[in-house]
Design a protein around this ligand. Structure first.
Ligand code: THU
Length: 137
């Protein structure tokens, strides 16, 4: 277990507490470690127009991206579900925008279960920024 995992797990658990999920009742938290050492976190934010709901992962990633962080190093997602939930398709694509095939994605829950996967495993043959913009800053 890495130091960064513990830091991210605790940030994701704390973020999860602030979930706005009156419709599903499912609180999700996420924390992202960027290559520059910055950590951002987020929770799911639901909407009465269900399609407007934001997942925890995208809230956490967008917070980092909007603060200028560009390269994802590691991801932790936490729920109170067993087995732990994995990121939805849109969130996988969002991780692909800023991550790499090797980016570790830890699926966890409040009971301490942990499944470690990677972006390559969760999103094979990903559509990635280099297809459109080979010299992305
Ligand atoms: N949810 C996330 O926050 N992340 C995921 O990757 C899967 C689903 C949220 C969205 C919604 O608020 C609730 O979980 C049930 O789908």
């Amino acid at each position: 277990m890495t130091d960064s995992f513990e830091r991210l797990y605790s940030a994701a658990r704390e973020a999860r507490e602030k979930s706005y999920s009156p419709y599903s009742g499912k609180k999700v938290g996420a924390a992202i470690l960027f290559e520059n050492g910055e950590v951002t976190s987020g929770a799911n934010v639901e909407n009465s127009s269900f399609g407007a709901t934001l997942c925890a992962e995208r809230v956490a990633i967008s917070t980092g991206a909007a603060n200028g962080h560009r390269k994802i190093h590691e991801v932790v997602v936490v729920t109170d579900e067993s087995p732990p939930w994995s990121p939805c398709g849109i969130c996988r694509q969002t991780i692909a925008e800023f991550g790499s095939p090797e980016t570790p994605i830890h699926l966890t829950n409040l009971s301490g279960e942990k499944i470690t996967s990677s972006l390559a495993e969760l999103l094979p043959l990903a559509f990635t920024p280099d297809k459109l913009n080979p010299s992305k800053p």
